[in-house]
Each structure stands twice: as C-alpha cells, then as structure tokens.
Design a protein around this ligand. Structure first.
Ligand SMILES: *[C@@H]1O[C@H](CO)[C@@H](O)[C@H](O)[C@H]1NC(C)=O
Ligand SMILES: *[C@@H]1O[C@H](CO)[C@@H](O)[C@H](O)[C@H]1NC(C)=O
Ligand SMILES: *[C@@H]1O[C@H](CO)[C@@H](O)[C@H](O)[C@H]1NC(C)=O
Ligand SMILES: *[C@@H]1O[C@H](CO)[C@@H](O)[C@H](O)[C@H]1NC(C)=O
Length: 569
C-alpha cells in the first residue's frame, strides 16, 4: 500500500487555503474551549476536499469536543453546520476508500481514522489563537481510472445524485461555518488593564505587516524606504502584565465592519493611526477589491473602502475637534492657531451615523502656552469679562479675528466639554462605539532619558528601559487629566479612553525622525544630517507603534458581543 501525504494547502482547488486560514479563530484564555466553528469549518475544508478528490470512505463523525460549551451567540449556526457536515460526510462515506485526516497545530485537532470511525477533538491552548492546518494522509493511491460499473446505470445515477447532494450540503455548511467562525467574540478579561505592561522584543509576532506589503503607506511614515537602517523599532510587542493583547485578525475585524464605517477624527497623529489601521486590514483584501480616496467630503476625509465588505476605514481632519482656523486639511500651517471653542457642528455633522468613532486632539495644543480663542466682534467684547468675551458670538464665517488667550488646560477642557455635549446628544450608543485616544508623546529632550549628547530622538534605536516615575519627556499631563475629568461626565454614551500615553513615552526609538517628509518632500541627505532642525520626533514610523494602538481598538471591538439577531447583519 503506497502512502501519500497530501496537504490541503498544497492540493486544494479553489479557495481552501483561504478557508483554512479563516478557521484560525480566537481561543479563550485560561484554556477555555475554542469556537466549534473552526472545527466544523475545518471539517468542511476536509469534506469538500474529499468530494473533489473523489475519495470514498468515511462513515461516521463523532465530535468529542468540549467546544459545544463555548459561549457563542451563534450556536444555532454552529449546530446547523455540524448537522450539515454529518449529512455530507455520510453521503461521501458510501464511496469507500481509506482516509486519515488530521488537523494539525494545536489548539485544534481533528482525527478521522479510516474504515468506520472518526473523531474530532478541540483543545484550546492558553495563549489564544492558532490557525488550523488541515493535513490529509491518503492511505491508498487514488484510483484515477473510471470506477468499475457494477450496478448498471441506475446505481450510477443514484450515486451521482448522492454526490450532488453531498456537494451542495457541504458547500452550504461551509458558508455557514465560515460566517460562524468569523463571528467569534475575542476574549479579553474585563478586569485586565491592557495599558499596564511592558515592551517585549518579539521578532516572531511583530510587526503584523511589512512596510513593503502595504501599498497605502505614505512616504511620511515609510522609514526604512526613507533610509533608516535599523528595523528593530518594528519588533517590539506590547505585553500587558495581567493578560494577552489579542492577536490581530484582519478578517475578524472586517467581519465586524461589514456594512459599517469606522472613522478616526483628529490631527495628524490620528491620521498616522488611520494609516496603520488601513494597512492592518488591507492585507487580507485582494487587489482590485479595495480603494483609498483622499480629500472627500469637501476635503476633510480620507476614505479606505473594502468593496466586498462594504466597509470603510476613514480619517477626518479636525485637529482641535472644534472649529479652528486650521481646519483646511491641506493648508493648515498657520502661525496663529485660533479655535472657536463652542463651535463643533460643522465638523460633527460628518460624524453622524458612523459606527466606530475614534477621536484625538493634543499635539496642536502644544505650540504656545496659551490657546487663542476666538472672541466676538470688537464692539461686543469691549466691556466684558474674560469668559463672556470668548467665542459665543464670534465666528470665522462672520469674519471675527479678535481672540482672547486662555491658559492651555482651561481651553482644552472647555473644548472637550463642547465635544462631550455633542457626543452625548447626537450619538446613539446602541449603534456607535466611541473611543478617545490618549496623548501621543514627543521625544525632543534626550536628557530626559539620560542621553546627554543626544539630539532629539535622532539615532535612538531602543525603547526607554529604565522606566521610572520621574521620567519626563515633556508630555502635558494636565491635558491628560482634563480628558480624565470630562470623559466620565457623558451620561448616555460611554467613551473608551485608549490610554496610550505612558506606554508610548517609552518609544523614543519609534519616531520618523529624519526618515520622513518635510513640506511634501523627502528630506535631502544634508537635511537628514541635521536632526536638530529636521528630525520629526512627533510622528511614528509604520509599521510601528500606532499598530499597537490599533490593537487596543481591536481588542475592544472584537471582544464586544455580537448583536443576538444574526439575520440583521
Ligand atoms: C479498520 O480496519 C482495520 C483493518 O483494515 C482494522 O484492524 C481496524 O480495527 C479497523 N478500525 C476500526 C475502527 O474499525
Ligand atoms: C453599505 O454601508 C453603508 C455604510 O455603513 C450602509 O449605509 C449601507 O446600507 C451598506 N449597503 C448595503 C447594501 O448593505
Ligand atoms: C438601546 O437599546 C436598548 C434595548 O433595545 C433600549 O432599551 C435603550 O433604550 C436603547 N438606548 C438608547 C440610548 O437608545
Ligand atoms: C535612567 O533614566 C534617568 C531619567 O529618568 C536618567 O537620568 C538616567 O541616566 C537613566 N539611566 C540609564 C542607565 O540610562
């Protein structure tokens, strides 16, 4: 008996490879069971494979899986898939040839041993997801000659019908299983503080994508292509102390985004993060099925569109969230930054109906100690106290130019209150999930991390390791505190604060530095040699730190329960 090993990956016709990868679903931490969907799905890869290969014998599938206990909102889908799997496999089983099927690579294992029994077991490992790889061992060389006709035309006809039926059942179950597998709820312990942890050098799991593999990255962030020599900044993975950050699964996120919109709103750091998110999801979308359009919506939006999912990942430029004289997404480098701190509607109408909103505002506040706040027309404010002078009457549209200077944290908090009021009044918390990003830190003062001869963040190749309470890279923690005070005041809409500040302060190595653009052009070698003038220690290389920020969003989005009504999706 000749033994032939066959991998589904190597031999599968059509989309099995993709299907098998899709079966990599989340396991629950602490050894809780894997989603049964993956298992059923793997069976289908297998069943379909068998069918196509014209192999004949498998009689009974017996699930010895604890996975049925998995807390899944889609249990009926799984059961349907399971039943259909049974039917299909039984039909195939009438056609007798010996086969052993194994799904390798824990946490999933599936065994079907020849003649009459097959067992499937699912076991979860303690550290999360693993893709299932289906490996088929065929005991006998497949008979490539036409089957011997023994029962005449009638038998053939019956067999053909049975085959068709099996194929049909297998394919519908495959679809059901596929959907079920992707409608997984990723487990993130609610009590775990994801933002407390450490950076771990991990060449295996980081980065999630490669610089050269994301056509959508702009020159601003492609540090390696722009001449950076060390790529170690891409290889640090954030490890929370009390749990694991779930592994990013683009298919799973896209399934969450099906027929939905996700939008980043804010300044160039949120644009940095938006680029990262586009790269994170785009890798699983084939060419021609994804589009990126810049400056739509009157110029303020960049929109990435995943055609087959009818999903968008968008960025909306509003560096202060409220209206300001810096709102032009292309031309906004104005010397005097002036905000209109009670005016938000003009921007906010573009945020209505979006399913996931991620806000930030920070960097634009740092230029001056005081913030310039638009005041009313001069005549209105002549005999007015400070607070009455500000904002309520003046508007850029009416040509106001007078402003009052207000202490930065006071103005920041006032802006957040304007924003919070809008969110609380206009967002439907049943439809929309709202995030507020913590402050992205700069690294301009090397003395802060003990590099006395350093120039800003230039030449930094390692994160700060001697972390101490006294680390002061210049973050304005008063604005952080302002956000902490305002966010809990929303009454209807919960806002998730993504607390990236302290963990990002350690990443002095991750900025674009001199490997970036200035006024739309790559730095020249001369400029690169002058980091004191040209190093950008505000923005971040990609792949890089913002990918981790997006993993926090992912953890939140993918761990929320699916709506119970599956047909409404
Ligand atoms: C399968 O067949 C072999 C002989 O071909 C036999 O030894 C074995 O017991 C059978 N397995 C089962 C589970 O029936
Ligand atoms: C596509 O997505 C948009 C935005 O979320 C949604 O309004 C629309 O209904 C979707 N289209 C279909 C056909 O579901
Ligand atoms: C959200 O949905 C729940 C259940 O359908 C409903 O009771 C609640 O009033 C809704 N909340 C809002 C703010 O609409
Ligand atoms: C550790 O950090 C402090 C600043 O927080 C710095 O003064 C000191 O030199 C650093 N030590 C080392 C070994 O880098």
């Amino acid at each position: 008996m000749q033994q032939r090993r066959k991998s589904v990956f190597a031999s599968a016709p059509f989309a099995m490879k993709q299907a098998a990868l899709g079966a990599g679903v989340a396991a629950r931490k602490n050894g809780a069971p894997l989603s049964l969907a993956a298992l059923v799905f793997a069976l289908f890869v297998f069943a379909t494979f068998l069918y196509n290969e014209d192999i004949k014998s498998i009689t009974d599938f017996q699930f010895t899986s604890g996975a049925t206990r998995a807390k899944s909102p889609d249990l009926h889908l799984l059961q349907e898939a399971q039943a259909a799997a049974h039917a299909a496999v039984n039909t195939l089983a009438k056609r007798g040839e010996e086969v052993i099927v194994r799904v390798l690579e824990a946490p999933l294992s599936l065994q079907a041993t020849s003649n009459s029994t097959a067992t499937a077991t699912a076991t979860a490992t303690s550290n999360g997801n693993a893709a299932a790889v289906v490996d088929v061992v065929q005991e006998k060389e497949r008979d490539v000659t036409l089957p011997t006709v023994t029962g005449g035309g009638g038998a053939d006809e019956a067999r053909r019908r049975a085959d068709e039926e099996a194929a049909e059942k297998a394919s519908s179950a495959k679809a059901a299983a596929e959907t079920a597998a992707l409608r997984t709820v990723v487990s993130v312990p609610e009590t775990c503080d994801l933002y407390r942890g450490e950076w771990v050098y991990d060449e295996v799991n980081a980065p999630v994508y490669k610089e050269g593999e994301c056509e959508f990255l702009t020159e601003q962030v492609t540090c390696m292509r722009n001449g950076r020599r060390d790529d170690s900044y891409q290889k640090w993975r954030w490890q929370p102390t009390d749990c694991d950050l779930p592994r990013f699964d683009a298919r799973l996120l896209l399934e969450r985004l099906r027929n939905k919109r996700l939008m980043f709103v804010g300044d160039s750091l949120n644009r940095n993060q938006w680029e990262s998110m586009v790269c994170l999801v785009q890798s699983v979308i084939p060419k021609g099925k994804k589009t990126l359009t810049k400056f739509v919506n009157g110029g303020s939006s960049n929109v990435f569109y995943a055609h087959e999912y009818n999903a968008t990942v968008e960025f909306y430029w509003a560096p202060f969230l409220v209206e300001s004289n810096s709102d032009n997404p292309k031309v906004h480098s104005v010397p005097d930054r002036i905000i209109q701190w009670h005016a938000i509607a003009k921007h906010a109408r573009n945020w209505l109906g979006v399913d996931y909103l991620i806000f930030n505002t920070y960097i634009w506040w740092l230029n001056t100690l005081d913030m310039k706040v638009l005041a009313g027309l001069e005549t209105d404010i002549a005999a007015c106290s400070l607070l009455c002078k500000i904002g309520r009457k003046g508007s850029f549209d009416q040509g106001s130019t007078e402003y009052v200077e207000v202490d930065r944290p006071v103005a920041y908090k006032e802006v957040l209150k304007t924003w919070a009021k809008w969110v609380d009044r206009n967002i439907d918390p049943n439809k929309t999930t709202v995030f507020f990003m913590g402050m992205s830190p700069n690294h301009i003062t090397p003395e802060a991390w003990g590099n006395k001869g350093g120039i800003k963040c230039a030449m930094e190749t390692l994160p700060i390791t001697n972390r101490s309470a006294s680390l002061d890279v210049g973050t304005d923690w008063r604005l952080y505190a302002g956000a902490q005070e305002v966010l809990p005041t929303l009454r209807r809409v919960p806002v998730h604060f993504v607390d990236i500040t302290a963990l990002s302060e350690l990443r002095k190595d991750a900025h674009t530095s001199v490997h970036t653009l200035r006024q739309g052009k790559l730095l020249t070698p001369e400029q690169q040699a002058d980091p004191k003038t040209y190093a950008d220690c505000i923005h971040w290389c990609l792949p890089g730190l913002p990918d981790t920020w997006n993993q926090f969003l992912y953890a939140r989005i993918a761990s929320s329960p699916w709506p119970t009504d599956v047909t409404s999706q």
